[in-house]
Design a protein around this ligand. Structure first.
Ligand code: ZN
Length: 243
């Protein structure tokens, strides 16, 4: 099965729409949280995700924050401004959809999905081999897919050497998965690796392969929406730089 793996859309509907077109027909879509926050089109993003067939979706820290389940002081000023705005504009139906999302999910006994990490699904960032190693004890499936860092990455457990290594990600390269792996598809709506193109991944659950992908989208359109909504200018600027 061809599975589209997306994360950290952050209310960037333009990027999401472009990713869905670029991915083409898929059997399932797995969304790793942070549908909202930062961006200008939270309702359109949540509605698009709600309508996606064969969807598995989990909660991110920004989603939890707009539900009022996390103190918004935990976020920096510009992120908080956007969260308060999102909470105000999000429809009741879209709020209910977010409220019903789980924090982690195990899919077919093969993949664990968590926004941050299996150990701390809402907050922990898996950015290095140490945090990846510590998290291996917190999921039982061969693979774990996470988001949250907004950086495409792959951490591989090496049984013989008893250590985790970080495997460099090359866009468009199809990687055959084996052993235990933690993978991050990157961020659809706010990449932070200085490449402004929207990031996502294709996972083939029969061939056990992973392909990191990037696609350029209409940045100016999103920046226009951010300014129209009166959201912090920083959110518009960072999209162009990928930070
Ligand atoms: Zn995020």
């Amino acid at each position: 099965m061809r599975i589209l793996v997306i994360s950290d859309i952050h209310a960037n509907y333009t990027a999401l729409r472009t990713v869905l077109e670029d991915a083409g027909p898929v059997d399932e879509t797995w969304c790793l949280g942070d549908l909202v926050g930062y961006g200008p089109d939270p309702n359109m993003v949540v509605e698009q995700i709600r309508e996606t067939p064969q969807l598995t979706c989990i909660l991110g820290n920004h989603d939890v924050a707009v539900l009022g389940k996390l103190p918004q002081e935990a976020f920096n000023g510009d992120a908080r401004t956007s969260l308060i705005w999102t909470e105000r504009v999000l429809t009741h139906e879209n709020m209910s959809f977010l409220r019903a999302l789980p924090a982690t999910v195990k899919v077919r006994g093969e993949v664990t999905l968590a926004h941050g990490s299996p150990r701390d699904p809402i907050w922990e960032y898996i950015l290095n081999t140490l945090s990846a190693r510590l998290n291996l004890d917190h999921f039982t499936t061969p693979y774990c897919f996470v988001g949250h860092t907004h950086i495409q990455s792959m951490f591989q457990w090496n049984e013989a050497k008893e250590r985790v290594s970080m495997v460099p990600i090359r866009v468009g390269q199809v990687i055959e998965l084996s052993g235990r792996v933690i993978l991050n598809p990157g961020s659809v709506g706010q990449p932070r690796d200085h490449d402004p193109r929207a990031a996502y991944a294709m996972y083939d659950s029969e061939a056990h392969t992973w392909e990191a992908r990037r696609v350029a989208y209409d940045l100016a359109e999103v920046q226009g929406h951010i300014r129209d909504a009166g959201l912090p200018e920083k959110h518009a600027l960072r999209l162009a730089g990928g930070w």
